[in-house]
Ligand binder design. Structure first.
Ligand SMILES: Nc1ncnc2c1ncn2[C@@H]1O[C@H](COP(=O)(O)OP(=O)(O)OP(=O)(O)O)[C@@H](O)[C@H]1O
Ligand SMILES: [Mg+2]
Length: 201
């Protein structure tokens, strides 16, 4: 079509479409190759004690420093006790960033993303909650599938590959934990991650 377009305006519009497609394909390829390397890398990496309280505090601070969009606030409530799990802090950091990015993108203007962490019977439970649209009950499991993505059109077609949650689940399972989604009583989604407390911690 580009070869046949003879006016400058038409060519420019086509170039724009091609540039967007290239960006979308590039993103998809990067995500796929990250995801396929992940399995091998996770089994190779040695786990070490990770201070969840510190990790979440660092992540929250970075989001605030970079600035949240559309007047959205990020709150962290990690209680008072020290919470140590076994894993890799950059991997677990990626899990929480994926969940927070999703929560932000589904939050209404001026919404609140709440990050909580609590010890619970040998486990640490970390939750990421938002006051967005929530998740259709029949999709609470399928959203964790590779390439499952379902977003309102105004989010921009092709910006998301649908790999975030499947990567998060792979990492959490690799650390001996579990991750699931539920809807909050009022409005919005809650993602819960449970990781076993490090022995001796
Ligand atoms: N906080 C949330 N509220 C409502 N729906 C959500 C939320 N988080 C995830 N989802 C649903 O789960 C789907 C899969 O999420 P996932 O993070 O795997 O993919 P994505 O965000 O669409 O793409 P990517 O993470 O690759 O950018 C989303 O497209 C959306 O439909
Ligand atoms: Mg995502």
């Amino acid at each position: 079509m580009l070869a046949r377009a003879n006016d400058a305006g038409g060519r420019e519009r086509l170039m724009q479409i091609i540039r967007n497609d290239v960006r979308r394909i590039d993103r998809l390829i990067t995500d796929i190759s990250d995801a396929s390397r992940l399995d091998a890398e996770l089994s190779r990496e040695a786990s070490e004690p990770v201070n969840i309280t510190q990790l979440l505090a660092n992540i929250a601070e970075i989001y605030r420093m970079l600035g949240l969009p559309r007047g959205i606030a990020l709150h962290l409530d990690a209680g008072a006790s020290e919470m140590i799990v076994m894993g890799r802090d950059e991997r677990l950091g990626q899990v929480f960033r994926n969940l927070i990015d999703n929560a932000i993108s589904f939050s209404p203007d001026g919404g609140t993303v709440l990050l909580t962490a609590r010890p619970l019977d040998g486990w640490i439970r970390i939750c990421v909650e938002d006051d967005g649209t929530g998740i259709p009950p029949e999709n609470l499991e399928t959203i964790f599938n590779r390439f499952y993505t379902e977003r309102p059109t105004e989010h921009g077609f092709g910006k998301n590959s649908g790999l975030g949650l499947s990567i998060a689940r792979q990492i959490v399972n690799g650390a001996g934990g579990r991750i699931w989604a539920e809807n909050r009583e009022g409005k919005g989604a809650r993602f819960a991650v449970e990781l076993p407390v490090a022995r001796g911690a």
